[in-house]
Design a protein around this ligand. Structure first.
Ligand code: MIC
Ligand code: SF4
Length: 755
């Protein structure tokens, strides 16, 4: 039986009425995304239609998921909200804090020792507040959610940008910062700007070497890393129905890489099969009863241009396998062209590692497709030229894959089976073959390949591909290997070719598991004691941020003008820093250390205007803080792209940065800044970015009149005394301005709860 089946049945019992009302109010047939959004309004049935891309709307999500690296901050905040229990079903998953080094058994034990303080904290907070807890080793949050919690037509939020994975099971699942999750845990509405809608019509059927991953690699190439910003991507058409449920999950998962709010697919037979195979026939039956409401209306899919803001069409019969990268997930190259492109750009051809895993591609089907390639290598006597590492998505997948002999196939090829966890995908990788900053290439089935992400080396060129393509490339050891065309030399000196991969959608003998790793919370957790040691270097109770003094901001110094791509990995690096995710002061020592200073193109090397000396960003910022001098961070386009981690907003806030002024923001990061009481502003005129000089001082001369839809005026005073006065836009609505006034959204919740 499924978890929280009563909640799911309740959602379905309201579905017909809510969808029908929404259709009347909107006055036309509805997409699936609209059906889910309008049936999850905080105020119940729809009363009016919302303008996409404009109206802020309050929603009522059905559930919440948090992973260990973000849950610490989310729960530290929730503990301050003064509530006894979480208001909606919530789970915590321990997956980010486990390093891949020797293989699952040893690595998991090492993580349980080195991070016991954090895991114990998360477990006890979960127990206290009624939160389901998934132990280290249970699996990667999004695979565990897909296997246990996602349900067609539902709405969830999660403190991780790849929460969107659950779109593979027909949800609207959205990644948020911890402060957003705290709102919903505390029984309050969750606010989102009503998204725009991008329709992707899939025709045809995948075959040969092409897989679901290639659909999203192609979409990423079309939309680029910001093309999906503020939009839900809805996939439909015969091609969509032909995809497996976990394949749909892969596509939705990587929608985060184009900045999409989320992605989703209508309920179909593949989802029904998956629900039944994962022990949730009850959910499938309930969904079948409201089936028509769990997909877009026929008229919409027949004439998508009339209903979506943008429509893309992809013919799966013609789609070719791709590799995306290096350094950005939207640089899409069909594998047949990789050789020439790699030569042109001087990307290293030899591949050191092939890594299969991450929330994107670690399902049972993924493992079978990759194993079908690995098996051929063993049978055809080809030795893998690259090292090979595998992270299964969950203990259920691992256990089943072991039973079915899949893991043995990889082991026969000398692969290392790492823990069911994020591992190298989030820089939790003790890479033994290369230290230092040597230029090298790896291929993986993950979603992100930003500089330094997997191993901390800025010269590691990481390419993203499907699990089976990663397997083929790891076997050949070459980035330019095209298995549809190229031969390999075996140990007997014969030339052999790899046959097309064969996947098994769902295990013929069913899934099996002995201990899935779930710990249910106490019915009444009021007696549970949550301990945080005073001198802990990993956990620190939060002190509320100072409220706004109501005055204009004057005399603010430029901390850094970030140049080019500035993702959350640049603002608050993961890898070794994951260690401090529960300790705001300690993790603030990584604040913006990856951002490139526009004036010298170096990272972590900025001018201290008080002394004229250069130093690391956190050190300089701490000097300003000591002197009580406010600061401004300036940035380029899509600032804060990538993850949901609110540390990227809390650190600057904690250190005394007041304003983040950029050309444009990634959605989650902009909200995180607002929630934590910072001013997130965008240049009204993009070119004003060029006016900012290294010794500038900023005055926000009309902040006292801070109001919705009213740009702010910034006076920029240069070192020679000359001035530029520019306009900055913002998207704060009235309630969000209240967060700013109170110093943070959490301060406001606390005040409301105390009242
Ligand atoms: C990531 O893939 O970057 C992460 C780590 O999962 C993040 C969350 C985090 O920083 O903890 C995400 O995508 O939101
Ligand atoms: Fe974990 Fe990587 Fe997925 Fe983020 S993208 S949740 S780090 S596996």
């Amino acid at each position: 039986m499924a978890y929280d089946i009563d909640m799911i049945k309740k959602v379905y019992s309201q579905m017909a009425e809510r969808v029908n009302t929404a259709r009347e109010v909107v006055g036309k047939p509805l997409t699936l995304s609209e059906k889910i959004l309008y049936s999850h309004l905080w105020d119940g049935k729809a009363k009016n239609a919302f303008t996409r891309g404009k109206d802020y709307v309050e929603f009522s999500p059905d559930r919440i998921a948090c992973q260990d690296a973000t849950a610490q901050m989310a729960l530290l905040q929730f503990m301050q909200a003064g509530k006894k229990q979480v208001a909606v079903p919530t789970t915590v998953h321990c997956d980010h804090l486990i390093q891949a080094k020797m293989g699952a058994a040893i690595d998991l034990q090492a993580a349980n020792t080195s991070s016991s303080e954090v895991f114990d904290f998360l477990e006890s907070v979960s127990n206290k507040y009624g939160i389901g807890f998934w132990k280290p080793g249970a699996g990667i949050i999004h695979q565990v959610v897909l296997e246990n919690y996602a349900f067609p037509g539902g709405m969830m939020i999660g403190t991780d940008s790849h929460t969107v994975n659950a779109g593979g099971l027909g949800m609207v699942a959205i990644g948020v910062g911890g402060a957003d999750a705290v709102d919903v845990m505390a029984g309050m509405p969750w606010e989102l700007k009503f998204p725009k809608l991008i329709g992707v019509k899939l025709t045809g059927k995948l075959s040969g070497w092409t897989s679901s991953k290639d659909v999203i690699l192609k979409v990423a190439g079309i939309l680029t890393v910001k093309g999906g910003t503020g939009a839900i991507i809805e996939y439909f058409g015969e091609g969509a129905r032909n995809l497996s449920c976990t394949g749909k999950g892969t596509i939705c998962n990587m929608g985060a890489e184009v900045g999409a709010t989320t992605s989703t697919f209508g309920y179909d037979d593949s989802m029904e099969r998956y629900l039944k195979a994962t022990n949730r026939a009850d959910v499938a039956e309930a969904a079948n009863e409201v089936r028509e409401h769990l997909t877009g209306d026929d008229e919409v899919y027949a004439n998508p241009e009339q209903y979506f803001d943008e429509v893309i069409e992809i013919n799966l019969d013609e789609l070719k396998p791709h590799l995306n990268g290096p350094f950005t997930p939207d640089l899409a190259t069909p594998i047949s062209e990789m050789g020439a492109k790699a030569k042109e750009h001087d990307w290293p051809i030899n591949v050191d590692w092939g890594l299969i895993g991450s929330c994107t591609n670690s399902s049972y089907e993924d493992l079978t497709r990759a194993a079908s390639i690995a098996k051929q290598a063993v049978e055809k006597k080809v030795k893998a030229k690259s090292d090979f590492g595998i992270n299964p998505g969950s203990e259920q997948i691992r256990f089943t894959a072991e039973r079915d002999g899949l893991l043995q196939i990889f082991e026969d090829l000398d692969a290392t089976i790492f823990t069911n966890a994020c591992g190298p995908c989030i820089g939790q990788w003790d890479r033994s073959d290369r230290k230092g900053e040597e230029k090298n290439t790896i291929v993986h089935s993950f979603n992100r390949n930003f500089s330094k992400r997997a191993d901390g080396n800025p010269n590691t060129h990481a390419f993203v591909g499907s699990p089976e393509m990663v397997a083929a490339i790891a076997i050949s050891g070459r980035l330019d290997f095209d298995p549809t065309r190229d031969k390999l030399m075996n140990e007997d000196g014969e030339e052999v070719m790899l046959d097309e991969p064969q996947g098994i959608e769902l295990p013929a003998k069913g899934f099996a598991v002995e201990d899935a790793g779930y710990v249910a919370p106490k019915e009444d957790g009021s007696s549970v004691d949550v301990k945080v040691a005073e001198d802990s270097e990993r956990l620190q109770l939060l002190t509320p941020f100072e409220p706004w003094d109501g005055k204009n901001l004057t005399g603010a110094k430029l901390l850094i003008k970030a140049w080019g791509k500035c993702t959350t990995d640049h603002i608050s690096m993961a890898g070794p820093w994951l260690r401090y995710r529960g300790h705001l002061d300690n993790i603030s020592n990584n604040c913006l250390i990856g951002a490139i200073n526009a004036y010298n193109k170096k990272s972590n090397f900025v001018k201290n205007q008080l002394t004229g000396e250069y130093d690391g960003v956190p050190a300089v910022q701490r000097e300003y803080k000591k002197e009580g001098i406010p600061t401004v961070v300036v940035g380029d386009h899509n600032y804060g792209e990538g993850s949901s981690r609110e540390h990227a907003a809390m650190e600057p806030r904690h250190l005394g940065v007041k304003v983040v002024l950029v050309k444009s923001f990634a959605r989650i990061h902009e909200t995180n800044l607002k929630k934590q009481g910072l001013l997130g502003l965008t240049f009204a005129n993009e070119d004003d970015y060029d006016l900012i000089q290294e010794d500038d001082t900023f005055n926000l001369i009309d902040l006292e009149n801070f109001a919705p839809d009213t740009p702010l005026t910034i006076e920029i005073v240069h070192a020679d005394g000359s001035k530029d006065t520019i306009k900055a836009n913002h998207t704060y609505n009235a309630p969000q301005i209240e967060w700013y006034k109170h110093g943070s959204a959490l301060n406001l919740i606390k005040k409301q709860n105390a009242a």
